[in-house]
Design a protein around this ligand. Structure first.
Ligand code: TXA
Ligand code: MG
Length: 340
């Protein structure tokens, strides 16, 4: 299959181009498109054959459920059997935006989307290309991140092409995504509501709106237990995470980098801007200032992918503070570090 690349300027959306992409969705084909978080791999949520193609293209197991993307709040009522008041408060505060709500599903949602669960994950993305595509396709669109299963999520169209060229019909190139980490997944069927995946909306912000929020056990324990080993967000290089602890963090990173370099590995360091000059003699990529966690989140996946492209074998990553978007960043780094 030849994958078509369709460039669309997010500031001046060409509706004719969106219509071409929407036609592919209507035909049951796969279209990768930008959202504010990461690029998604889209299919018509109401066409089971189209949805199945997603799992095939990504090499994703069928037991991992998908998020349904909508552009109109009415769809929330069509796709869900029960919309509790807490959902409405969250929708009002955060949609369109990087928050996914897990609700009781309606009959309309097929088991292939939910992996057989009686709940469905729904979000309204804050990206005009994504919203126009959903509107023009006249159907909700399921979209996992547009990467091969287990790999780092894509934040540019080039990242998508690197993983999925030849496997999908079309990629919409709308430039670099803004948030850079995936949406926060919040289960509102749980009491109190529970964060299943940290993401673009911080736990602090959720608490401001709904008060009590539980953090899933998995997240809470930071994937430190061996049972939590998980192949997600993994660069090809081996990633070693050194947790935030002031000056001793730099010491530890330096020591690890020296050890691996001495063993003959190609070693890269992912550092905060304020520490970049402390690693003379090593190859350093800067994620951003430790205090600017939004910028760090936006850079994270592109940096991990660039280490891979340049053939690094070991990445030593400085951990960041676990507040705001720092929690989402650390969740992904811990999973990546747990891989190999
Ligand atoms: O930002 C995002 O959420 C991106 C963009 C493209 O929207 N999408 C994304 O999709 O990250 P994906 O498939 O890579 O991750 C979906 C997450 C998975 O962790 C999945 O287990 C969870 O959502 N999920 C989906 N349906 C669920 C359900 N019914 N109950 C619990 N978790 C669910
Ligand atoms: Mg994903």
């Amino acid at each position: 299959m030849k994958t078509k690349i369709l460039e669309i300027n997010p500031k001046r959306i060409d509706l004719a181009k969106i219509k071409t992409a929407a036609e592919e969705i209507k035909k049951g084909n796969l279209v990768a498109f930008p959202t504010e978080t990461v690029y998604g791999l889209g299919a018509d949520a109401l066409n089971e054959k189209a949805v199945a193609k997603i799992f095939q293209a990504k090499g994703r197991p069928f037991n991992d459920p998908l998020i349904v993307h909508i552009a109109d709040i009415k769809e929330l009522y069509r796709l869900s059997k029960q919309v509790p008041s807490v959902a409405l408060r969250l929708v009002k505060a955060f949609w369109p935006g990087p928050l996914t709500l897990v609700l009781k599903k309606s009959e309309l949602v097929s088991d292939i989307i939910t992996a057989g669960l009686d709940t469905v994950a729904i979000r309204m993305p804050a990206d005009n290309i994504a919203l126009s595509l959903i509107r023009e396709a006249q159907t909700p669109i399921v979209a996992p991140s547009a990467n091969l299963f287990g790999r780092t999520s894509p934040t540019t169209a080039q990242h998508v092409a690197d993983d999925l060229d030849g496997k999908i019909e079309m990629i919409i190139d709308g430039g670099k995504t803004k948030v850079g980490v995936e949406s926060t997944v919040l289960d509102i069927t749980a009491k109190p509501v529970q964060v299943l995946r940290a993401g673009g909306i911080s736990v602090e912000k959720l608490k401001e709106v709904i008060g009590q929020v539980k953090i899933s056990k998995e997240l809470e324990e930071g994937f430190r237990s061996p049972g939590m080993l998980n192949s997600h967000y993994s660069p090809q290089a081996r990633l070693i995470l050194v947790e935030e602890k002031g000056e001793s963090q730099v010491e530890e990173v330096r020591q690890l980098a020296s050890e691996y370099k001495a063993k003959g590995f190609k070693v890269g360091i992912m550092a905060k801007e304020e520490n970049q000059n402390k690693y003379n003699g090593f190859e350093v990529k800067v994620i951003g200032k430790g205090t600017e966690l939004e910028i760090c989140a936006a850079n994270l996946f592109a940096i991990l992918r660039s280490f891979d492209k340049e053939g690094f074998e070991i990445i030593i990553a400085e951990g960041l503070e676990e507040q705001g978007l720092g929690l989402a960043i650390m969740e992904r780094l811990r999973k990546a570090a747990a891989c190999k």
